[in-house]
Write a protein that binds this ligand. Structure first.
Ligand code: ZN
Length: 328
């Protein structure tokens, strides 16, 4: 069946990585920036290995220069998500791309993105929140001003703090200062771990940073004691199956551990990560999960309920999301 109309909750989506190719291409034309090499001529981005992805992603980001660009970007992405039946989404937002970690510049970018979030809620019926995210490969010192940006703007829209970027650089515990600041500001905590790194990365992320959610976390599957620990702590995994396949974190659908993690009792949710780069969408992820693991409607609804329960939002918003999930 097609799952396009099933109401969905997405917890793991990078704002810049979700940019529709047509949007980036038109902004590049407006600004006379030549990045033709990243487009495939059929309305998509050129696909390649992980190195190509990082280079092309950076090239796409060069057209995003002002708060107004981010307002338009967020609106375009939310419209695309609403078309997929998504009723609530959380974005990873990088102050490093929005003013380089400067607080007053960050506030200008954030105001523009909040305006887009509000407009999308009115126009498309999709609610959204932001997870301010530091980049692991830039190191723990660079994470501090990002954590300050997060703490100073925590509130209605900024509700979470995250860690993305190259997983094998630095240890999770190196970012404890940034996570302590975010926790004190009342932010929900997540971090990418166990996508490329092993179970030890996931364990340290939960125990040293206090994360209640893990981005990917798929490599936890090989450590049964860790799985029990994650179940006991109520940790939720933000799993992005197609991303894992395209980037080679798993070798094929059959060896993706999402079903094993779920069957073991972990709290598993489904997201798209950087959808146009991986040729995916929420509906496509669901269709693949049905095809390879027999996930039918009730199982998909269950993962959406888990996502709503783990969302970094206020309780009124959570109740509204759960109502939308039940109503349809
Ligand atoms: Zn991600």
């Amino acid at each position: 069946m097609s799952y396009s109309s099933l109401p969905k909750v997405e917890l793991h989506l990078h704002l810049e990585g979700a940019a529709p190719p047509a949007f980036i291409a038109s902004l590049a034309r407006e600004k006379s920036i030549d990045i033709d090499r990243i487009f495939d001529g059929q309305g998509g981005y050129v696909r390649g290995d992980f190195d190509w992805f990082l280079k092309a992603y950076d090239a796409a980001c060069t057209v995003l220069q002002r708060p107004e660009d981010f307002r338009r970007l967020m609106l375009a992405v939310l419209e695309q998500s609403a078309e997929q039946g998504v009723v609530y989404t959380e974005f990873f937002l990088s102050p490093d791309f929005c003013g380089g970690g400067d607080l007053s510049a960050w506030r200008d970018y954030l105001d523009a993105m909040v305006a887009a979030s509000d407009e999308a809620e009115r126009s498309f019926g999709i609610a959204s929140r932001g997870i301010v995210t530091c980049l692991r490969h830039l190191g723990p010192e660079a994470a501090k001003p990002v954590a300050r940006c997060a703490a100073e703007t925590a509130g209605r829209f900024v509700t979470g703090f995250g860690l993305a970027g190259a997983e094998m650089m630095h240890r999770p515990g190196d970012f404890a200062w940034a996570y302590d600041a975010a926790r004190e500001a009342g932010l929900g905590l997540t971090a990418h771990a166990g996508e490329w790194g092993g179970p030890d990365m996931v364990r340290e992320t939960v125990d040293h940073l206090g994360c209640t959610r893990i981005g990917h976390g798929i490599n936890a599957v090989s450590d049964h004691a860790l799985c029990d620990h994650l179940i006991e702590k109520g940790v939720t995994l933000e799993v992005c199956p197609v991303s894992n396949l395209v980037l080679g974190a798993v070798k094929d659908w059959k060896s993706h551990p999402i079903e094993e993690l779920r069957a073991r009792g972990l709290r598993v949710t489904v997201s798209t990560d950087d959808p146009p780069w991986f040729g995916t969408s929420m509906t496509h992820e669901y269709e693949m999960l049905e095809r390879y693991f027999g996930w039918e409607e009730e199982r998909l609804r269950q993962s959406n309920r888990i996502a709503a329960e783990a969302a970094f939002c206020d309780e009124d918003t959570r109740a509204q999301i759960l109502q939308k999930l039940e109503a349809a």
